[in-house]
Design a protein around this ligand. Structure first.
Ligand SMILES: [Fe+2]
Ligand SMILES: [Fe+2]
Length: 263
């Protein structure tokens, strides 16, 4: 009997383009890999930044079970009210310095066990004021004991900070998965003490863009310093994700990048 457990984690989904790519790619992937649980970073679910609750439900209907977020979580003001509602399948970074509604981690009861999902924001190169993420995760793990699987979305800019977090949590949780840069890294591996790690999962959005935004706008910004209004690019889509395989004892046996290009 196949007792393997499969968890798919999808990088930042960007606006309508990203949502369409999810609808196109995810059902086939779920079937192909027989996934048990699907998590995605949803900090751009509305358009360029922020979350609208109808878009979240739309993506839940498309097959995503739970969402993490990042520095852009509050850009749609309405979401501050929505996130506090009971049963919302989404968390926000646990280490904001300011007090915000919602939760920074959740233990989710699933058919493959209790999944402790944690969201942390990096300190380096991130504008938002945060509590030290290394100390914050220590406090969380000291108090949370009732889980079978634990996954941390470390939403951070710097690879050094992300790699350090991987080693900080090695052997203590199931996986440390980086997000935020929108560029997937090729360093997915299982660390010496058994934790699955990747510096950045990537994104779901327009391939021919600068991190999702029309490239000409960003090039102009670098040339002249003037920031034109950011607009999401269109055209060919990209889907970046990682698939975690766990054995029946919840030990990770594999982390595999699954990347797709859509027409
Ligand atoms: Fe993002
Ligand atoms: Fe971000």
């Amino acid at each position: 009997m196949d007792q393997e457990k499969k968890i798919l984690f999808i990088g930042d989904i960007i606006g309508e383009v990203g949502r369409n790519v999810v609808r196109d790619v995810l059902p086939k992937l779920k079937k192909q890999y027989q996934t048990d649980f699907v998590i995605a970073n949803g900090e751009h679910l509305s358009e360029r930044v922020g979350i609208e609750v109808d878009k979240l439900h739309e993506m839940k209907d498309a097959g995503i079970d739970f969402f993490t977020t990042g520095n852009h979580v509050w850009r749609e003001k309405s979401f501050e009210k929505e996130i506090a509602k009971k049963g919302m399948p989404i968390i926000r970074p646990a280490n904001f310095l300011a007090k915000y509604p919602g939760h920074g981690f959740r233990t989710i009861t699933t058919p493959i066990g209790r999944i402790l999902l944690i969201n942390l924001l990096g300190k380096e190169g991130i504008k938002e004021k945060v509590v030290n993420p290394f100390k914050k995760i220590d406090t969380i793990l000291k108090n949370q004991k009732d889980f079978d699987i634990a996954i941390c979305d470390f939403h951070a800019e710097m690879t050094s900070e992300k790699v350090a977090m991987g080693y900080h949590l090695d052997g203590r949780i199931t996986a440390v998965l980086g997000t935020h840069t929108h560029v997937p890294t090729a360093d997915e591996r299982i660390l010496p003490l058994g934790t699955a790690f990747i510096s950045d999962v990537g994104m779901v959005g327009p391939l021919n863009s600068v991190l999702g935004v029309k490239s000409e706008i960003i090039i102009e910004r670098f040339l002249s310093g003037s920031a034109g209004k950011f607009e999401i690019a269109d055209g060919v889509g990209v889907f970046n994700s990682v698939l975690l395989t766990l054995d029946k004892n919840n030990k990770v046996t594999k982390i595999k990048r699954i990347d797709k290009i859509t027409k």
